[in-house]
Design a protein around this ligand. Structure first.
Ligand code: NAG
Ligand code: ZN
Length: 435
């Protein structure tokens, strides 16, 4: 694959606004990651409050049983004096991030402002899945793979991020030509730091295309039955920031008019039940900040419009929002912990089938459930919107590897990309022909 082949005379610089917001990169050198046993909900809330006094990054929000948190070296003494019940998941987060190989502090700022600026290179090979890559290289990968499947695919500019990066969809179709069938619809990397999600979405894409080119019977039938819309990176600014500024960044990079804190949690910004209290934050500094109004971010505005089009055209058969981590297959709803989706039994049956197909590969456990109560209450998420507004027949959030039982959260070594991706491909090989 050619690495991000710009037409140099068209190469824009990132806007001045984006440059001035660039903070000093955070390396996480000397940060330790802990898993704290909270011994129940009430105590979890108390502990969470105590931890807020530390310079730290909290990994999870379902604090009933445990809190995973990365604590800065200068606050390690303070943390130890709290005398919590904890285990150490990572002795030096900075070293793990360097070993992962995709973080380049203060790195690239240039990006294509139009897909036309990218020239196709060679068709990608499987070595792509042995490392993490920059946002720009992911754009180039999409251009390369589309060029190798010209009769059955196109790239779509779904919209632009706040800083002007392209949100790209790869559209695939089979023998009936484009727009003949219901959509299979995938979003990756809405949470910027969840790098494995980008790679798993691309691996599944790669398998569909290469197997179709080989006339594999199952995949031919699948692609002849659905239109695929695949968006490996729906939060390009956040993703770019995790590669050059802060590996643990979660939100987008939207500025707030009256706060110095940056970013909205795009998975709390979808315009459905957005205003419901308790599953998102109104504080711009929070990791789960829901935004100033429902769907007010550039990215969600573009994604809603695109999703509405798919829903109106032939309908959405199956939507998956790919996240990490915890190894869960989650049905809606996030806004309520009592409501079930109307076709709950059918969706659960399929989710259980996917989990058991995954298990057969190398005994990895994925657990089916509902966003609430099985993960936590989360309002303004994409799966609730897809289920009730987009009328998707299947609407899932899949939380990828690791399980959260002693591994290092968002930092999954590059050597784990292929094994993780193969697990999920087995799951898709069950879901896609069965659903
Ligand atoms: C797949 O089938 C098509 C159409 O029948 C044929 O042209 C092509 O050569 C086949 N490809 C392979 C790899 O067998
Ligand atoms: Zn996520």
């Amino acid at each position: 694959m050619k690495l991000f082949a710009f037409l140099p005379f068209l190469a824009p610089l990132v806007s001045a606004a984006a440059i001035s917001s660039a903070e000093k990169p955070i390396t996480y050198d000397g940060y330790k990651v802990f898993r704290i046993d909270t011994h129940g909900r009430a105590r979890g809330a108390v502990i969470e409050k105590m931890l807020q006094g530390l310079k730290a990054v909290q990994y999870n929000y379902d604090t009933d049983t445990n809190i995973e948190i990365a604590v800065a070296p200068e606050d390690l003494g303070k943390f130890e004096r709290m005398r919590l019940d904890f285990e150490v998941l990572d002795e030096d987060l900075g070293a793990s991030i360097r070993a992962e190989g995709g973080f380049h502090p203060g790195g690239e700022q240039r990006f294509a402002s139009s897909l036309n600026q990218l020239r196709p290179g060679a068709f990608p090979d499987e070595s792509w899945f042995r490392a993490y890559h920059s946002f720009n290289d992911h754009q180039q990968w999409l251009v390369d793979i589309q060029a190798g499947f010209p009769e059955n695919s196109e790239l779509i500019e779904v919209g632009k991020s706040f800083e002007g990066r392209i949100i790209t969809a790869l559209h695939l179709w089979g023998k009936d030509g484009k727009d003949a069938h219901k959509a299979v619809y995938w979003h990756g990397t809405v949470h910027a730091r969840e790098w494995i999600s980008t790679m798993v979405v691309e691996y599944n894409t790669y398998q569909i295309i290469t197997n179709y080119l080989k006339n594999d019977t199952t995949i031919t039938k699948v692609l002849d039955s659905y239109d695929f819309y695949i968006l490996p990176v729906v939060n390009p600014d956040g993703f770019a920031h995790t590669q050059t500024g802060d590996r643990l960044w979660r939100k987008n990079r939207l500025k707030h008019p009256s706060s110095s804190c940056i970013g909205t949690d795009m998975n709390r910004n979808w315009p459905y039940k957005w205003e419901t209290t308790g599953g998102s934050s109104t504080s711009p500094c929070s990791e789960t900040f829901r935004g100033l109004s429902a769907g007010n971010t550039d990215e969600i505005t573009a994604l809603v419009k695109f999703s509405e089009k798919l829903a109106a055209k032939n309908g959405i058969k199956s939507y998956i929002d790919w996240h990490s981590f915890s190894q869960l297959i989650l049905l809606p709803y996030g806004y309520s912990c009592n409501e079930h989706v109307p076709n709950y039994e059918r969706q659960m049956e399929l989710a259980r089938g996917v989990a058991s197909a995954i298990k057969q590969v190398r005994k990895t456990t994925f657990t089916p459930g509902e966003t609430c109560p099985d993960l936590y209450k989360a309002v303004g998420g994409s799966t609730d919107w897809m289920q009730d507004v987009g009328k998707a027949e299947i609407s899932w959030c899949i939380e990828l590897h690791p399980s959260g039982g002693g591994a290092n959260g968002f930092i999954l070594p590059a050597s784990q990309i292929e094994p993780a991706a193969k697990d999920l491909w087995a799951g898709m090989l069950y879901l896609l022909p069965t659903m």
